[in-house]
Design a protein around this ligand. Structure first.
Ligand SMILES: C[S@@+](CC[C@H](N)C(=O)[O-])C[C@H]1O[C@@H](n2cnc3c(N)ncnc32)[C@H](O)[C@@H]1O
Length: 482
């Protein structure tokens, strides 16, 4: 602690007594996470748990504090676009001229004022104290003035003020109200189709915290075992996957023995459905050799390997990044059937052509279908990322189609619904645009997800957070014909 903070309370210019700011470890920690996300392009879902563990080990935070810090960080990052528009209306210069750490404190304050039940005076005073600790007294005055302007309206009144009317500019309106970059609103709407209701529900779902879903790896565990091991009301069966269990808020997967032993894991239900659909696609002839060509960190590979083991098939799980291959190896440890984990570039295959009966390529993508999990991703992604992934996505699909035997099945998956990453890739590869044509035909994937409704017109499928409660996973199934 520096000298200044150790000085005793004393009067300062005028009659107001000097008050030392309260050091609130929760808000300081939330601020540090926001700075790491902004300055180092860190991922909140990695930095936050690490800082929480450190603070808990120092005895500074308990579970309730940790939950509040999590709410502050995720809520602020999710609604950052909305808060920035409101803050911009309360400062007399362009936001780019406000120092980023000051903006982070203001956004944390705006979140408490506009989206939590914390009384306004308490939110302002706690945020000004935070500003005094992390920014100094001078900038804290600026923070105080801006926050007081924000308290003049509630969130709905601010949205009426700062968002352009829907009828004038629907995408800009939705972008401000639902805190998504405009180009992302546009891309999601193109993929979803339909009118205002659907896109509003989707954008709102992106701002909800997703529930944690477990997978009981078949042959190693089952949903009933997981449900029995959980306290009453702490878990529910999945909506669509017979292997899924949904944890109630605050549920800790590592409290379950099956998870600790790798017989179960954490996996979004959409990701489970993709692996299960590929595994159940009809196939004539041999069905013994399966490949996951983009396996890291191993969620789908572990489910595929477990299903393969029950069917007498073996899985090769391949991943280009060595550190992610190690995660795949860990996810597959203890699988009851044969499997192999290799580190290889899927566009320069380490296997012979025609070597496999089933192949999955869950290609690298913008991740626009998983915005619920990575609240900062929407601000980091750029439209050019879509173009930059395009050659790799096409290359990986072409290699997958060569790796499978004639009659075998390829699953092309993304966790982005952006049409340029989904159907456009598959159509280009099938038509030979930008490379040699590949002999393959579509398989209707919809019947392979029994009971799942609203999958679109087929033959490919697109899942949605607001309809299916899953990440927005895409899957195209193709059969090699020549
Ligand atoms: C969307 S992730 C796969 C997620 C994985 N299927 C799961 O369910 O856990 C895409 C993976 O492809 C890997 N990758 C990127 N380029 C690759 C390449 N040329 N060959 C193989 N893997 C690649 C990335 O490192 C990343 O781990």
């Amino acid at each position: 602690m520096n000298d200044k903070r150790q000085r005793p309370d004393r009067p300062r210019g005028g009659s107001r007594p000097y008050r030392r700011p309260q050091r609130d470890p929760v808000r300081i920690l939330a601020f540090e996470v926001l700075r790491a996300v902004d300055e180092r392009d860190a991922y909140a879902n990695l930095v936050l748990p690490a800082l929480l563990r450190e603070a808990e080990s120092r005895g500074e935070l308990d579970r309730r504090d940790a939950a509040f810090a999590t709410e502050l960080v995720y809520g602020t990052l999710r609604h950052q676009g909305t808060y920035d528009a409101i803050i911009a209306a309360c400062v007399d210069r362009p936001l780019r001229e406000v120092d980023p750490p000051v903006l982070d404190v203001l956004a944390l304050g705006a979140h408490q004022l506009l989206s939590t039940r914390i009384p306004s005076h308490a939110a302002v005073s706690a945020t000004v104290d935070l500003a005094r600790v992390v920014l100094g007294d001078g900038r804290a005055k600026f923070v105080n003035a801006v926050l007081r302007r924000i308290t003049a309206r509630d969130l709905d009144a601010w949205l009426d003020e700062v968002a352009p009317p829907y009828d004038e500019d629907p995408e800009d309106h939705l972008s401000v109200v639902h805190s998504h970059p405009r180009w992302v609103v546009s891309a999601l709407w193109d993929a979803l189709g339909g009118g205002r209701k659907g896109i509003e529900e989707l954008l709102a779902a992106d701002n909800e915290r997703p529930e944690v879903t477990l997978v009981a790896r078949p042959g190693r565990s089952d949903a009933a075992e997981l449900l029995r091991a959980l306290p009453e009301d702490a878990g529910r069966p999945g909506r669509w996957s017979p292997h899924a269990v949904r944890l109630a808020a605050g549920g800790d997967p590592s409290s379950l023995e099956a998870v600790r032993e790798g017989r179960a894991g954490v996996q979004d239900e959409g990701s489970q459905l993709v692996a299960l659909a590929l595994a159940s696609a009809p196939l004539e002839g041999e069905d013994r050799r399966w490949l996951d060509g983009c396996a890291g960190p191993g969620g789908k590979a572990a489910l595929l390997a477990a299903v393969a083991a029950r069917r007498g098939a073996a899985l090769v799980a391949s991943e280009r990044q060595p550190h992610r291959s190690r995660l795949v190896a860990k996810a597959l440890e203890g699988n009851p059937g044969p499997y192999q984990v290799i580190t290889a570039d899927g566009t320069m295959p380490a296997w012979r052509p025609d070597a496999f009966d089933r192949v999955l390529v869950d290609v690298p993508c913008t991740g626009l279908g998983a915005l619920r999990r990575r609240p900062e991703a929407r601000w980091r992604r750029r439209p050019e990322d879509v173009r930059n992934f395009a050659p790799l996505q096409r290359g990986l699909l072409r290699s997958a189609l060569k790796a499978v035997r004639v009659g075998g099945v390829v699953g092309y998956a993304t966790c982005s619904p952006h049409l340029a990453e989904t159907r456009a890739v598959v159509e280009d590869v099938l038509r030979g645009r930008g490379g040699p044509a590949v002999g393959a035909e579509w398989i209707d994937a919809r019947p392979l997800l029994p009971g799942v409704e609203h999958l679109g017109e087929g033959p490919d499928i697109q899942l949605w957070p607001h309809i299916h409660g899953t990440d927005a996973m895409y899957l195209a199934l193709l059969r090699r014909t020549a």
